[in-house]
Design a binder for this molecule. Structure first.
Ligand SMILES: [Zn+2]
Length: 276
């Protein structure tokens, strides 16, 4: 039996790992698929048959990220976490997707315990297969199956934000790292597709639950040389949901694209309960 930070979604007790299953003191049992993620999503938190990103989108993202186009963002996130993650430290990637960044963090901090959750079963299973010594679960970031004050760091990379939950699972003085697109991220892609492209709104960095420490930038221009990569990149953006036929046609006709990718990596500390 080995201890984990997973929390039983039925009774809230700590889950211990044994072989391919996890069990709490009350003997609620959760099996892990071979080389896969453990399923900790209760049915009432599942709002559709296939929650989260659909399998096709997940696979397109895996293929695109696997080519290293966003390696600069991964490296910037790793640099931010390097001083935080010591031997035995615990990190949670809340909304880890197919695990590109999670695996990168684990390769940088090999002696840390790395956890990831995603509500998409396809994504969480791909993440688990790519990082066999990491811990991955199918779960919601709004109801993390994670014990209170168990994490040294939480990261949220283009994933839904739930400050209350992130604060709950962090240890006192825990670090929260969030990646967001900068104002002109993918500008050339938007300019090629839309009549009136607009900049991303960059919000105030202040978060109620955390103390803002630092912002780092990750910028790089990339060259896409296939329609498939261009389509994959577009499919990863929020714009993919609100694009009409004319724009889709323009997108499909693009064979090459030189495009800037600009991210901001924001680093926070958990506010001390006494506000010190
Ligand atoms: Zn239980």
């Amino acid at each position: 039996m080995s201890e984990t930070i997973w929390k039983c979604p039925v009774c809230g007790g700590a889950l211990q790992a044994e072989g391919l299953s996890l069990q709490c003191e009350k003997r609620h049992n959760f099996d892990r698929a071979k080389k896969g993620a453990v399923y900790l999503l209760p049915s009432h938190q599942k709002h559709s048959d296939i929650p989260g990103d659909n399998p096709e989108m997940v696979r397109a993202r895996r293929e695109f990220l696997g080519k290293g186009y966003y390696a600069h963002l991964r490296d910037t996130i790793c640099d931010a976490l390097r001083p935080v993650l010591q031997s035995g430290s615990v990190l949670l990637d809340a909304g880890c997707g197919e695990g590109y960044y999670t695996k990168g963090i684990h390769e940088m901090a090999q002696n840390s315990e790395i956890y990831g959750v995603d509500i998409s079963k396809t994504a969480a299973n791909l993440a688990a297969k790519a990082d066999p010594t990491g811990h991955y679960a199918v779960a919601s970031v709004f109801h993390l199956p994670v014990l209170d004050a168990s994490c040294d760091a939480v990261v949220s990379i283009f994933a839904p934000y739930c400050g209350e939950e992130f604060q709950r699972v962090l240890k006192p003085d825990g670090i929260f790292v969030m990646a967001i697109p900068a104002a002109r991220h993918l500008w050339e892609l938007k300019a090629a597709v839309y009549d009136c492209p607009y900049e991303n709104a960059v919000k105030d960095y202040a978060l109620e639950e955390f103390q803002f420490l630092e912002k780092r930038e990750a910028k790089r221009e990339i060259d896409l040389t296939s329609t498939g990569d261009i389509q994959s990149l577009f499919g990863m953006t929020p714009y993919a949901y609100r694009t009409g036929a004319k724009e889709r046609e323009r997108l499909a006709s693009l064979e090459t694209l030189h495009v800037r990718t600009e991210f901001e990596v924001l680093i926070y500390r958990k506010e001390n309960a006494h506000g010190i």
